[in-house]
Design a protein around this ligand. Structure first.
Ligand SMILES: Cc1cc2nc3c(=O)[nH]c(=O)nc-3n(C[C@H](O)[C@H](O)[C@H](O)COP(=O)(O)OP(=O)(O)OC[C@H]3O[C@@H](n4cnc5c(N)ncnc54)[C@H](O)[C@@H]3O)c2cc1C
Length: 465
């Protein structure tokens, strides 16, 4: 077993896996070190895959949306529902973790299960899961250790009724009532899953709206749709307190209201996994939020040490982390496979209804000061959506008024995170809104693009019917 590698990667999440695979594909000797029992990172164990599996299972068992069409609602008891949800999440995450293991194996990457740290002389020391210690060297090193939920001291996480986005996955029963603190993607997704399962959900956020980076109209329509489903939203509530008193778990709002939920989910922020890595001794600079500072090639303050993924900070998405890892590996070995990040990443929020977005929001277009137009098509008017009974939401296009170029696409509704890629491709191709003249399958939700484009053209011509 060699202890000298071309490339050593700490962490097997999307950033680590994709970087390792690229380097190995181009003939480098690669080791991946992972401290979790199985590979894949947060996305497999606590993030995108388990939460989206829960969402899918929750939609199915609750008959969510379609219950209005077929008159079929929740058929199972809440304990049976939780069993179904857990079993599905376990099966799907195991399959995905196996897929990551197979990918590492196929690329002949040495996988070391253990916890890694850097030694001051630039080597990597590993507390291997079998109890041994192994030291390896690398020409190039990638730190892809991800992030964990941010846990401020003011929140009593020692209370079993207070969860973060990791611990909520071990929920033993579906709470009758839940307060979610944080209206970002994670908080919003959980709020909508638990609402679908029949809990009384209140989401509290310090800011004025859900998903602050989304188009304002989409964020407002999402809150309205979730309100219709029974969730309650309290915005502009900084300094909300959580404490256990003789009356129970108390959530105190700035206006004096007190809520007594069965559970609280604190989902406001993430912190980089840098503790115990020995970064200070190794001369690697970190900011005050535990994010490793990197340049555009994802090189840290030590040029042979790269960092990618959540550990370098926002946007903290699996999709972007994977691309950052590939850019790091490409630069480390002069491969020039991919030199820079996609300027047009898509964002998906898997609430019910879903959100998909790419490019400029209406607010950003307004701030830029260039003349723009907006086109909308509502799924309530779309054949496929009517057939499926999923008529909530719309496709909203932001278009340059001068040359009709598509600038942004914002979707709320079923399959939004999939549909948005049509818009992404069109913006990348610098297409204009004349996509109205292309032929789309009928009936499909994608057809709504044509109607939204038609609406934008009417806005530009000043002749809206
Ligand atoms: C609830 C939730 C839902 C999410 N949903 C989505 C989504 O729908 N879409 C999306 O794109 N993103 C989503 N994300 C974000 C996504 O999970 C992360 O952006 C992504 O996993 C980051 O990848 P990464 O490779 O940087 O790190 P991670 O996936 O966090 O992997 C880092 C790995 O490094 C390991 N590690 C850490 N320290 C050490 C050490 N010292 N030695 C050895 N190993 C170590 C960890 O065990 C971990 O496995 C979600 C996140 C959460 C929490």
């Amino acid at each position: 077993m060699t202890d000298a590698f071309d490339f050593v990667v700490i962490g097997s999440g999307p950033a680590g896996e994709k970087a390792a695979a690229m380097a190995a594909y181009f003939g480098k000797s690669v080791a991946v070190i992972e401290r979790d029992p199985r590979p894949g990172g947060t996305v497999v164990s606590r993030g995108g895959i388990p939460t989206k599996t829960l969402r899918e299972a929750a939609m199915y068992v609750s008959g969510f949306h379609r219950r209005e069409v077929y008159g079929v609602g929740l058929q199972l008891s809440t304990s049976e529902v939780l069993d179904v949800l857990r079993a599905r999440a376990h099966d799907v995450t195991s399959l995905v973790a196996d897929g990551v293991a197979a990918n590492l194996d196929r690329h002949r990457i040495e996988y070391i299960n253990g916890s890694a740290s850097l030694t001051p002389d630039g080597r990597v020391s590993i507390d291997v899961s079998d109890g041994s210690v192994r030291v390896v060297t690398a020409s190039k090193l990638l730190i892809a250790t991800g992030s964990r939920p941010f846990r401020p001291d003011t929140v009593p996480f020692d209370d079993p009724a207070v969860d973060d986005s990791d611990s909520i996955l071990s929920l033993e029963s579906i709470p009758a009532s839940l307060v979610v603190i944080g209206g970002g993607p994670v908080g919003t997704e959980y709020a909508s899953i638990v609402t679908a399962l029949g809990s009384e959900v209140t989401l509290v956020d310090a800011g004025p709206r859900l998903i602050p980076f989304a188009d304002e109209e989409i964020s407002e329509r999402l809150a309205a749709a979730l309100t219709d489903d029974g969730a309650r939203f309290i915005f502009n509530a900084p300094g909300t307190t959580i404490r256990r008193t003789e009356n129970g778990l108390e959530v105190g709002l700035p206006d004096g209201e007190i809520i007594y939920p069965e559970k609280v989910l604190f989902a406001a922020g993430r912190a980089g996994n840098v503790e115990g890595l020995g970064l200070g001794e190794a001369g690697i600079d970190v900011d005050n939020r535990g994010h490793i500072l990197v340049n555009e090639h994802f090189q840290s303050s030590q040029p042979d040490v790269y960092a990618a993924g959540d550990v370098v900070g926002p946007p903290a998405l699996a999709s972007v982390s994977a691309e950052q890892g590939r850019i790091a590996a490409s630069h480390a070995f002069g491969l020039h496979v991919v030199d820079e990040l996609d300027s047009l990443p898509t964002f998906g929020v898997y609430s019910m209804p879903e959100v998909g977005m790419v490019g400029l929001t209406e607010q950003a277009a307004k701030e830029a000061g260039d003349p723009y137009a907006v086109g909308r098509a509502f799924f309530a008017d779309n054949g496929r959506s009517r057939i499926a009974g999923t008529t909530t939401g719309l496709i909203k296009l932001v278009v340059c008024r001068d040359d009709k170029r598509l600038l942004g696409v914002h979707i709320l509704g079923e399959d939004a995170a999939e549909l948005v890629h049509i818009g992404q491709a069109a913006i990348h191709a610098k297409d204009d809104v004349e996509i109205i003249h292309t032929t789309f399958n009928t009936p499909t939700r994608s057809e709504a693009y044509k109607f939204a484009a038609y609406d934008a053209l009417q806005d530009i011509s000043g002749h809206r019917l």
